[in-house]
Design a protein around this ligand. Structure first.
Ligand SMILES: Cc1ncc(C[n+]2csc(CCOP(=O)(O)OP(=O)(O)O)c2C)c(N)n1
Length: 386
């Protein structure tokens, strides 16, 4: 068995001190260590944990994700369509429930057989974590080298790998909503392009715009490609979690998350995590066209959902229904002055623009450019525009 504290401190020495995950009993001692001695963001879903960790990486952290192998399936979308194309390395620990030859419950049997095959298929480098301390130390150094080369690395963890680590603290604080503005007028239904132009007008040398999967990113790119933009081409639904990880790790930057109704509905659990952790420097804007516009305009059920109330009950400090572009502009102006985790819900028209170009840069080039911006290597006007 490995002494969990020594292992965690070894990880810390290598720079890994930011964790996100969903618990597994095989990993509970490492999770307890992370809660006791590091920053641990408990996610509602393993895919969101990967996205939170990925945002934190852009913010300069070396993040770790912890998950049961059942949850690896939840993480496939970001691992294949965020971490892979953007070359965002995270260090993962995935438990090995259902290890062939060992008695386990039936729901783990198949996943136990395919866990490492799934990692291989996703081109994630991995190793079984040794229970021998010296070997485990060497494995960690090797993993750190993979991470330095922008590739994720996962350890597959067997039962009984970590010695007991007792949980020292459990947080029970509350994030409380202070402003809730409900719908009280007719919607003017601007186009997505008009809404994005207003949002983009508030971009400055200290803000980052994260645009959700599909046409939102493509349209923002058309309006203005900029070093402080990130177009989330894949990993639908992950933009909020990614924004959370970035906002927490870069508190001096304003993080503007631009979401779609289909995407937000896909991973709505992330709002609970965002609301709880409540980064003051994040605004979450939902452009709601009641459709999956990017894939042909199929209806979503967003017309039946009160997002402002959901954000309110999740603990967003301010949650505001926005009826038109003037209100959107006013909200952004006020947010620039007062900050606080804010949710804006704007209904937009469902009419789709004919042809939108796609970012000419590769996702990993967009990431590298944003990292450079966040590290202050762009100056003056460069930081504000293309
Ligand atoms: C996990 C996953 N499922 C499905 C898709 C395909 N897809 C890409 S964009 C999109 C629609 C997104 O809808 P919404 O967030 O409402 O934005 P809109 O297209 O309306 O701008 C879908 C279904 C995907 N990329 N990833």
């Amino acid at each position: 068995m490995i002494n969990t504290k020594s292992f965690g401190r070894e990880l810390k020495k290598l720079g890994f001190d930011f964790y996100s995950g969903v618990p597994c009993s095989f990993l509970k001692n490492l999770i307890n260590y992370a809660i006791n001695e590091c920053e641990y963001i408990g996610a509602t879903n393993e895919g969101d944990a990967v996205a939170i960790a990925s945002g934190a990486l852009l913010g300069g952290k070396k993040p770790v994700v912890l998950m049961q192998n059942s949850g690896l399936s939840n993480a496939v979308s970001p691992l294949t369509s965020l971490n892979y194309p953007f070359r965002i390395p995270v260090l993962g620990f995935v438990s090995w429930r259902g290890q062939p030859g060992y008695a386990d419950e039936p729901q783990h049997e198949l996943m136990g057989r395919i866990t490492t095959k799934m990692l291989d298929s996703m081109q994630v480098n991995w190793m079984y974590l040794s229970t021998d301390w010296k070997k485990a130390q060497r494995q960690l150094s090797l993993a750190a080298r993979y991470i330095e080369n922008d590739r994720p690395f996962f350890f597959v963890v067997r039962s009984g790998t970590f010695e007991q680590e007792t949980l020292q603290k459990q947080e029970h604080s509350f994030s409380v909503n202070k402003v809730n503005v409900a719908e009280h007028a007719d919607d003017e239904l601007p186009t997505r392009q008009e809404a994005l132009r207003v949002i983009n007008g508030w971009k400055d040398g200290k803000s980052v715009q994260l645009a959700t999967t599909g046409k939102t990113g493509r349209q923002l790119y058309e309006i203005e490609d900029a070093c402080n933009n990130l177009y989330m081409v894949g990993s639908m639904g992950c933009v909020g979690s990614f924004g959370l990880g970035l906002a927490l790790s870069k508190p001096d930057f304003d993080i503007v998350v631009i979401d779609g109704d289909g995407a937000l509905l896909m991973r709505m659990g992330s709002m609970a995590t965002i609301g709880y952790h409540n980064p003051q420097n994040m605004i979450h804007i939902l452009l709601d066209n009641n459709a999956h516009d990017s894939t042909g305009g199929q209806k979503t059920v967003s017309h039946n959902v009160h997002f402002v109330d959901i954000a309110t009950s999740c603990g967003y400090s301010k949650s505001i229904y926005v009826h038109n572009l003037d209100e959107l502009n006013t909200c952004l102006e006020q947010w620039k002055m007062t900050k606080g985790l804010t949710f804006l819900h704007l209904k937009i028209s469902s009419s789709t623009e004919v042809q939108l170009s796609r970012p000419a840069m590769k996702p990993y080039e967009v990431k590298a450019r944003l990292e450079k911006f966040l590290n202050g290597n762009f100056s003056g006007s460069e930081g504000e525009g293309s």
